[in-house]
Design a binder for this molecule. Sequence first.
Ligand code: ZN
Length: 242
Amino acid sequence: MVIVDSHTHLYDMKKGYELPADILPVVAGYSHSSNRKAVELREQKGYPIILGIAPQTAIKKDIERLDEWVDFIRQNKPNGIGEVGLDYKWAQTTKDIENERIVFERMISLAKEMDLPIIIHSRNNPNENDLPKDAVDDILPLVKGMRVLMHFYSGTAEQAEKIVADGGYISMTHMRSKERRKVINIVPLDRLLVESDCPYVGKSPESIREAVAYIAEAKGLDVETVGQATAANAAKFFNFRL
Ligand SMILES: [Zn+2]
């Protein structure tokens, strides 16, 4: 059985890392340079990829070059546009928020133009300041009607319910919490994916085995059923064959 890691930054793993034969990774970019690395990996290994400019990049880099970055994504025909979204944890000023929104709106129109699904990064603002707090609440109206996957989902169970009702998908890492367990219970198995987000969240794609086990345990299913279902959901969402 092949299981799918629906979100990896495999090009950032230590040199010499060998992926187990039973894991298929979806390689995600977040910046122009990482998008290029994802395309290289596809050329070498044939992995499905998603390309996008993430909110972190919208803050850190000079977005004057956005046109050039968008052209690269357009030319390289990814399986989806991502990771993109709003990160209110990283944003420190209204200018940061503005830049994040400019880039995110551009990514939304690119996904619509290319008729591709969109893979969302969202993080709330944990700080005591006047900047916006809830990224998921601000993202949802912008992506209404699109094919949406919430990557490394960190919203509430109530928000997850809304996303699913609108046809969206939710991707879980191996990380556990009370709220995440509620999310797993509320989201039907045919809308759940697993990911490592390695090497930043999971150490390697192998951490999806724990994510699969977590879902199996919370839903009272066996590991094979969850492994197969999450792989099939990923293949359907990203439009590739297992
Ligand atoms: Zn990521």
